[in-house]
Design a protein around this ligand. Structure first.
Ligand SMILES: Nc1ncnc2c1ncn2[C@@H]1O[C@H](COP(=O)(O)OP(=O)(O)O)[C@@H](O)[C@H]1O
Ligand SMILES: [Mg+2]
Length: 390
C-alpha cells in the first residue's frame, strides 16, 4: 500500500512515518510538510497514494475545503484525519470532506494500526488490481478486429455495471469510433499525447467520445500525419490511468506492429488475435503468433478468436489448433447482414440487432470476461482462470 502523510510539524511527521514503517515494511510511505493545498499540488499520478493521512487539519488554511475538492477528484484514496478536536461538528465536516477515519492526535499504534488495517481490507476487496486491458489485433486486414473490439466493449458496458473505454491505436487510419457512433470525436489519442502533462481523470474522460454513459471511445488521430505524436511513453501513462478509471480498457491495435503498438500489447492482460478460416489468414496468424512468442508473452495471454466462423468450413478448428499449436479460445459466427447494417449506420450491433447470432455471441463473450473477472477481487490470477471455450 502507498501511504502519504501530511503534517505541519516536522517532529510529528517523523513520528508518524516511524509508526507506519513499524506496522508494515511493505508499505511505501511518503511525507509532505505543510497544508493540504500544498500536498495536493505536489501529488502526481505517479505519486498518488492509496491512503492519505492528514495530521491536524487547520480551518485557518481551509484544509478541509481543499480536502473535499481533492477527495472528489480522487475517490479511490482513503483519507484519514488526526485531530485533537473530536466534536460532532468537526467529525461531520471531516466526513463531508471525504475523510473515512478520524483518529485522536497525537495518534498511537493502537488507534492507527486497526484503522490502516480496515482500509487495507477494503482495498483488497475492491480488487485493487484495477481494470483489465484487452487488446484486439487483426491477423490480417479485414478480419474484424475493429468490429469485434468496439462491439465487445459495448457489450461489456451494456450491463450498466462496468465502465468501459475503447482506445483506437490505429494511428494512421483508425476508424473505431465510426463503428459505434455517427458523431465526430472532439479529441483524439494524438491530442491527449500532445498534452500529456494535462493527463488526469477528467482530461481523459473529456477526450472520449461518449457512446453510452459508461462506454467511451478515445478515437485515433484524424490526420495520419499526427501518428508520430503518439510515443510509447504516452501509452504507458494513458493506460496506467485508464486502468484506474475503467473496469475494462479495450484496445483496437489494428495490424501494425511498431514501438507504440507493442507497448500497448505489453500492457494488455489479454490479447485477442482475430482471424478467419482461410489460408491467407492462417499464414499471417502464424507469423503473428511467432512474434508473440519472441516477445515472450505467456501462452495464456494470447486468446485466439476465429471470426466469421462457419461450422461447415473446409478448414476445421482442430486443424487450426494443430497448425498454430495453440487453442482457439472463442468463435464468432459469420453474420453478414447484421454486421453490415451496424457498420453502415454506425450503431453497435447489439443495439441494432440484439437477437442476431453475432450479438448473442458477443454478449456471451462479454459475460465470460466479466464473470471471470470477478474472482480477481478475492485474489488469484484472472488470466489463469479464464477459459472462454469449453
Ligand atoms: N462476424 C462477422 N460476420 C460478418 N461480417 C463481419 C463479421 N465481423 C466483421 N465483419 C465485417 O468485416 C468488416 C471488416 O471488419 P473490421 O473490423 O474493419 O476489420 P479489421 O479491423 O480487422 O481490419 C466490417 O465492415 C464488418 O462489417
Ligand atoms: Mg480495423
Amino acid at each position: 500500500m502507498k501511504i502519504t502523510v501530511i503534517s505541519r510539524d516536522e517532529r510529528q511527521l517523523a513520528d508518524l512515518v516511524r509508526l507506519l514503517r513499524a506496522r508494515s515494511s511493505s508499505d511505501e510511505i511518503d511525507q509532505t510538510i505543510g497544508s493540504v493545498a500544498r500536498a495536493a499540488s505536489l501529488l502526481t499520478d505517479d505519486t498518488m497514494p492509496d491512503v492519505l493521512i492528514i495530521d491536524r487539519p487547520q480551518s485557518a488554511d481551509d484544509d478541509l475545503q481543499h480536502l473535499e475538492r481533492f477527495s472528489s477528484q480522487h475517490p479511490n484514496i482513503a483519507f484519514v484525519a488526526l485531530s485533537t478536536d473530536q466534536d460532532p461538528q468537526f467529525l461531520l465536516q471531516a466526513m463531508r470532506a471525504g475523510v473515512r477515519e478520524v483518529l485522536p492526535a497525537p495518534v498511537n499504534s493502537s488507534a492507527l494500526y486497526p484503522a490502516i488495517e480496515r482500509i487495507a481490507e477494503k482495498l483488497e476487496r475492491r480488487g485493487h488490481t484495477s481494470g483489465k486491458v484487452l487488446a484486439f489485433i487483426s491477423c490480417k486486414g479485414g478480419s474484424g478486429a475493429t468490429f469485434l473490439a468496439t462491439n465487445l466493449a459495448y457489450a461489456l458496458a451494456a450491463s450498466g455495471k462496468q465502465k468501459v473505454a475503447l482506445i483506437d491505436m490505429n494511428l494512421q487510419f483508425g476508424d473505431a469510433s465510426l463503428f459505434v457512433s455517427d458523431h465526430k470525436p472532439l479529441a483524439t489519442l494524438s491530442d491527449v499525447a500532445q498534452q500529456i502533462h494535462r493527463l488526469d481523470p477528467s482530461f481523459l474522460t473529456s477526450s472520449m467520445l461518449t457512446i453510452t454513459p459508461n462506454y467511451g471511445v478515445l478515437a485515433a488521430p484524424s490526420d495520419p500525419a499526427h501518428a508520430n505524436d503518439v510515443k510509447p511513453d504516452h501509452i504507458d501513462a494513458i493506460l496506467k490511468l485508464a486502468r484506474r478509471q475503467y473496469d475494462f480498457v479495450v484496445l483496437d491495435v489494428g495490424r501494425s506492429l511498431d514501438a507504440v503498438s507493442i507497448r500497448a500489447l505489453d500492457h494488455a492482460d489479454m490479447i485477442f488475435p482475430i482471424l478467419q478460416t482461410t489460408l491467407p489468414y492462417i499464414r499471417d496468424s502464424k507469423r503473428l503468433l511467432n512474434v508473440f512468442r519472441s516477445l515472450e508473452y505467456p501462452k495464456e495471454k494470447i486468446q485466439l478468436i476465429v471470426n466469421r466462423h462457419d461450422k461447415n468450413s473446409e478448414i476445421r478448428l482442430k486443424d487450426l489448433e494443430s497448425a498454430f499449436d495453440a487453442e482457439i479460445s472463442f468463435t464468432i459466427p459469420n453474420n453478414y447482414d447484421a454486421a453490415a447494417a451496424s457498420v453502415n449506420q454506425g450503431v453497435p450491433v447489439l443495439q441494432l440487432s440484439p437477437n442476431a447470432p453475432i450479438s448473442q455471441s458477443l454478449a456471451e463473450l462479454a459475460r465470460k470476461l466479466s464473470g471471470e473477472a470477478a474472482p480477481v477481487q478475492q485474489g488469484g490470477s484472472w488470466l489463469g482462470k479464464l477459459k472462454l471455450r469449453k
